[in-house]
Design a protein. Structure first.
Ligand code: TXA
Ligand code: MG
Length: 316
């Protein structure tokens, strides 16, 4: 969990809420990854987030709220989506549904779509700031567009800290992968982005997801090269090669200056939490390329492999 020594004071939380109200950007810790937050109802602030990230304006943002009650004010969630919210919020699940008439989320944050993405994050600091601010916070991951999401405060500061009027250090992110995005669209539930809640967990609560969804047209953020370090990535590598960085998975990987192990015990949750940090570390090593061992595709492995494929430049 989070290091209490790094827990910001109520003063800092009040300052972050004030910065949001003034249209400034805030580095915000969540359990998945760090976000670059702003007032979701303020188009100028939202435009500043797009600019800070170098993010294409066709890619909408997630509106963060304290919980289901606040979500229902901005998104017309159906019964199955509500079941998911009740099961997984606060937590690493984002729901996309038709925007309500009274929604506090501006057009620009939604990239002009008639749908909106909502999520209640499971981090005490994010919850405290959302409660103090009292309105939805639009927050994409705090990386520059196309780069790995920051899972440590220092990484978030390095990526977009220069654009923030306030920044909260919530320690390392517990989940380490972005939220699962589920669309409640046209009467069916579709998986738009695999993430911190597995497909199996979603289906156990809400029944089968529609097949063949998750296409780029429905989820504009599904760009091909994404989550990418500078060095080229090679997937399904059998083992370390001299001079190249290697990310292993499971027992029997001898770690060293150029070798990391996502999880020595083969635990997918641990691998998810380590993934982006190790990609950054491998990049910083200066190695000309990064090789990654195969990761099983079950549970959280689906999201890990999705990010790895995109980091390697493959279309999902
Ligand atoms: O865990 C997370 O989700 C993190 C933390 C900060 O909450 N946020 C995050 O935001 O990953 P971002 O902007 O990096 O990714 C949001 C994803 C994008 O793929 C975007 O296209 C999709 O959600 N999205 C947002 N609104 C949408 C909408 N109305 N319809 C379809 N997809 C949407
Ligand atoms: Mg992102």
């Amino acid at each position: 969990m989070n290091d209490p020594a790094r827990t910001p004071s109520t003063d800092e939380i009040a300052r972050a809420a004030k910065a949001l109200a003034a249209g400034e950007l805030v580095i915000l810790p969540t359990e998945t990854v760090y976000g670059l937050g702003c007032d979701a109802g303020n188009p100028r602030a939202v435009a500043a987030v797009f600019a800070a990230k170098g993010r294409p304006r066709f890619n909408p943002m997630i509106a963060h709220v304290t919980g289901l009650e606040a979500a229902l004010k901005i998104a017309a969630l159906g019964p199955r989506a509500i079941k998911l919210a009740e099961a997984f919020w606060p937590g690493p699940l984002t729901l996309v549904a038709r925007v309500t008439d009274t929604s506090a989320v501006c057009d620009l944050a939604r990239a002009g779509l008639d749908t909106v993405a909502v999520r209640a994050p499971d981090h005490p600091l994010a919850q405290a700031v959302l409660a103090a601010f009292g309105r939805p916070v639009a927050a994409p991951s705090a990386n520059r567009s196309g780069r790995p999401s920051p899972t440590a405060f220092a990484d978030a500061m390095e990526e977009t800290g220069a654009f923030a009027g306030a920044a909260l250090d919530g320690g390392p992110c517990r989940v380490g992968l972005e939220s699962t995005v589920v669309g409640d669209l046209g009467g069916e539930l579709v998986l738009l982005r695999p993430g911190g809640v597995s497909r199996e967990e979603i289906e156990a609560v809400a029944g089968p997801l529609a097949a063949g969804a998750g296409d780029a047209a429905r989820s504009p953020g599904r760009l091909a090269r994404h989550y990418a370090p500078e060095a080229p990535l090679t997937l399904n590598a059998p083992g370390p090669s001299p001079g190249r960085a290697f990310l292993g998975f499971g027992p029997g990987v001898a770690t060293g200056p150029l070798t990391w192990n996502l999880s020595p015990t083969g635990d997918l949750a641990e691998a998810a939490a380590n993934l982006f940090g190790f990609l950054r570390a491998a990049d910083r090593s200066g190695a000309p390329g990064i090789d990654v061992a195969p990761v099983p595709d079950r549970g959280l492995g689906e999201a890990i492999n999705d990010r790895l494929r995109r980091a390697a430049g493959h279309v999902g």
